[in-house]
Design a protein around this ligand. Sequence first.
Ligand SMILES: Cc1cc2nc3c(=O)[nH]c(=O)nc-3n(C[C@H](O)[C@H](O)[C@H](O)COP(=O)(O)OP(=O)(O)OC[C@H]3O[C@@H](n4cnc5c(N)ncnc54)[C@H](O)[C@@H]3O)c2cc1C
Length: 410
Amino acid sequence: MTRQTHYDLIIIGAGIVGAATLQQYQMKYPNKKVLLIEKERKHSIHQTGRNSGVIHAGVYYPPNSLKAEYCREGLHDTIAWCQQYKLPFEQCGKLIVATNDIEMARLDILFNNCQANELHPQRISKSKLKVLEPNIEGQEAILVNATGITDYAAITDSLLNVARQSPLVDVIYQREVVEITEYPDKVSVAIISNDVTNIKHNSPEQLRCEQLVCCAGVYSDELIQKQGLVADFKIIPFKGIYYKLADKFNGISERLIYPVPDPEMPFLGVHLTKMIGGYTTVGPNAVLALGREAYGELPSISEIGRTVSYSGLYKLLWKYRRSVFQEVMTTFSQKKYAALVQKYCPAVKASDFSFYRPGIRAQAMLKDGTFVHDFKFVQTERVLHVGNAPSPAATSAMPIARAILKMLIA
Ligand SMILES: Cc1cc2nc3c(=O)[nH]c(=O)nc-3n(C[C@H](O)[C@H](O)[C@H](O)COP(=O)(O)OP(=O)(O)OC[C@H]3O[C@@H](n4cnc5c(N)ncnc54)[C@H](O)[C@@H]3O)c2cc1C
């Protein structure tokens, strides 16, 4: 079957943000033609299929941020979607546990932030903590009941299936977007085949659309460059290693157990996560990944060069050298990793760990070495790039998609 070459909208990336955008666009404009292009052989191969599966409530985000707003809305949207399409979820709640005096001071700030975000947090004393979670130890904790767990790859699958019921929706895999050209009246997108078994398609194919939305995760800055724009940030890939705990730990806690994060590095903090499926994981830590999709093997020299050639990176590594050192140590030593968990769950030992798939976070960084903490979009007349969509973007995918639709030309 020959493919059409002109669409009303093309979306790049079959992670949860691209899938939610496709589904909502199809629902809003049922008579428009839309194509989603993904370079892998299926959806959710990257961040969407390699995360903690937590439906965040919005504990950490400043009240006036996009993250706070979209996370709060996204929690409800995610649960509603799971209920409607009978997908697994559980609103099990989350405890953030302080284990020393520095963390106690930070816990106060977090509690105020939870209140400002209308999460109805509860202070949990040391003795109450023992009653709620007999295997967890700490000086005090915050309980947020709204937090939950789900399977984001399953949600992505159902978003795509719902959208694909329309004959005007097309999803193609193993096609990589290599060039974007914007004209006054259209956008041209060049794709190549990533299917090694199909060498017929190795010269670029040109597609056209009225508008383009790029939801490329860890490659968001590269697609901005492919359009000839200059991004004021770069995506720095941070790998998160997880471990699955031995079966005897299934049910070790009823809730998700988090340490108190450093406010400057809010994504650091190895947590104890009950997963859909009944098992428990610990993780993720955060270390610089040499390649954006380098989960195990070493990336190419050019990929390493792209990662390490950003001046902002060195400023960050120097500023946070203590945290960086600690995270690197946990990568090489399972004992050091286990020690992070033992602070609040003494029963866990390194010998209880087994391999679990790692994830790589797409985190935007400015030239001065500071992180872009909030979600960020880059827009021209006909092209919209989701520039920075780290956690909680899986939780927030549906509100992000609504925001994208508002930014498009009607
Ligand atoms: C370790 C880890 C833990 C996390 N935990 C949570 C959590 O518990 N809760 C939460 O809400 N969020 C969490 N997140 C964040 C969340 O997973 C991501 O924010 C979210 O999945 C981003 O979705 P996405 O669609 O933007 O990106 P992705 O899922 O990365 O999808 C982007 C897609 O674009 C494709 N692509 C890229 N370039 C091209 C191209 N040129 N041509 C065609 N296709 C292309 C990629 O192949 C990929 O499939 C976590 C992330 C990580 C890594």
